[in-house]
Design a protein around this ligand. Structure first.
Ligand code: GDP
Ligand code: MG
Length: 319
C-alpha cells in the first residue's frame, strides 16, 4: 500500500493541566472531553486525585492529567497535594498551565488595571522551570474582561517562563478551546494512539478505584514509597450489584512496587499498613460506587514496571 504523503503525522502523549484552585481546570477538561468526563469523575469539582481523561481525534490522542489545585505547601495535606500535583510532571510530554487574568483595578496604573501574579503562581513557575517540559500558558476566563485588558495580562506573564505559547481562552464559553487542543497536539511526539477509543466506558470505574488505592498508599506511607507505585484492578465483579440493585462489588487489586523494601513498607508490621490502606480505600470506593465493596489487596514486587509501554499494557490500556 502506498504511503500517503504530506499527511500530518499522528501524535499522542500526556498533558498535565496545572494551576491554582478555581482557575477552571475541571471546566476545561469537561469542555475538551465532552460528557465523557462525567463518567470518569463523578465529582469533578472536588478533584483530589489525578484523573486521566483521554481525547481521541483522528490525528491526535491526548491523555490529560487533571491535577489537584496547587496550594502553597504548608503542613501535611498541602504538601501531599503539591507533590501529587507536580508528581505528574516527569511523566508528561507537555504542561498546560492555566491561570486567571488576575486583574486588579488600580487608579494609579496607566491602564487603570494592575496584574497580580501572586505567590502561589510564583511557586508554580519555579517548579515548572525546573521540570523543563514545554509549557503552554492558558489565560482562562477571558469572557470576564474587555479585550483591551488582555494585553496587560500577557505583558505581565510573557517573561515568567519561556512558554511554548500564551493562549487566551474561555473554558466556560468554549472560546479558543479547540485551537488550544491543536496547540497541545503540536507539543506531543509523533506516535500511534496509546489508548483504545472507548477507553472511558471500559476503565472509568476501575481506573478511579486504582487511583483511590494509590492515593491511600501515598498518603499512608508519606514519602517512603515512590510515585512509581502502580495499582492494577485485576477483577471487578459487579454480579451481585447488578442482580440485587445494590449488593456488593468484589474488587481484587494488585499493587506493584519496584523493590522488596517498598513492599515491606506497604504491608507494614503484621500487615497493619496494608489493612489501613485497604480500609481507607474501600470507604472511598464505596462512596464512588454507592454500594458496599469487598476489596482485596496484594503487593507484588516487579522491577522496572514503570517503563511506559509495559505499564500501559498492564493497566489494560494497550490496544
Ligand atoms: P478548578 O478548581 O481549576 O478545577 O476550577 P473549576 O473548573 O472547578 O472552575 C472554578 C469556577 O470557575 C467554576 O465556577 C467555573 O464555572 C468557573 N469558570 C471556569 N472557566 C471559566 C471561564 O472561562 N469563564 C468564567 N467566567 N468562569 C469560568
Ligand atoms: Mg478541579
Amino acid at each position: 500500500m502506498a504511503k500517503k504523503r504530506n499527511a500530518a503525522p499522528h501524535r499522542s502523549g500526556f498533558c498535565a493541566i496545572i494551576g491554582r484552585p478555581n482557575v477552571g481546570k475541571s471546566t476545561l477538561l469537561n469542555r475538551v472531553l465532552g460528557e465523557k468526563l462525567s463518567i470518569v469523575s463523578p465529582k469533578p469539582q472536588t478533584t483530589r486525585n489525578r484523573v486521566l481523561g483521554v481525547l481521541t481525534r483522528p490525528d491526535l490522542q491526548v491523555a490529560f492529567l487533571d491535577t489537584p489545585g496547587i496550594h502553597r505547601a504548608r503542613g501535611g495535606l498541602n504538601r501531599f497535594m503539591v507533590d501529587q500535583a507536580l508528581g505528574a510532571l516527569p511523566e508528561v510530554d507537555c504542561v498546560l498551565y492555566l491561570i486567571e487574568p488576575g486583574l486588579v483595578r488600580d487608579a494609579a496604573a496607566p491602564s487603570g488595571v494592575r496584574v497580580e501574579i501572586g505567590e502561589v503562581n510564583q511557586f508554580i513557575v519555579e517548579k515548572l522551570r525546573d521540570a523543563g517540559k514545554p509549557v503552554i500558558l492558558g489565560i482562562n476566563k477571558i469572557d470576564t474582561l474587555p479585550r483591551h485588558e488582555l494585553l496587560p495580562v500577557i505583558e505581565a506573564w510573557k517573561d515568567a517562563l519561556p512558554f511554548a505559547a500564551i493562549f487566551p481562552l474561555s473554558a466556560l464559553k468554549g472560546e479558543g478551546v479547540e485551537a488550544l487542543v491543536d496547540l497541545i497536539g503540536e507539543q506531543l511526539p509523533e506516535g500511534p494512539a496509546l489508548f483504545p477509543e472507548d477507553v472511558f466506558t471500559d476503565v472509568a470505574e476501575r481506573f478511579l478505584v486504582s487511583e483511590f488505592v494509590r492515593e491511600q498508599i501515598l498518603r499512608s506511607t508519606r514519602q517512603e514509597v515512590p510515585y512509581s507505585t502502580a495499582v492494577v484492578v485485576e477483577s471487578f465483579d459487579e454480579a451481585e450489584r447488578e442482580r440485587e440493585g445494590r449488593g456488593l462489588v468484589r474488587i481484587f487489586s494488585r499493587i506493584y512496587v519496584e523493590r522488596d523494601s517498598q513492599k515491606a513498607i506497604i504491608i507494614g508490621k503484621r500487615g497493619e499498613m496494608l489493612k489501613k490502606i485497604g480500609t481507607a480505600s474501600r470507604l472511598e470506593i464505596e462512596r464512588l460506587l454507592g454500594c458496599k465493596v469487598f476489596l482485596s489487596l496484594e503487593v507484588t514486587v516487579e522491577p522496572r514496571w514503570s517503563e511506559r509501554e509495559d505499564a500501559l499494557r498492564r493497566l489494560g490500556y494497550s490496544s
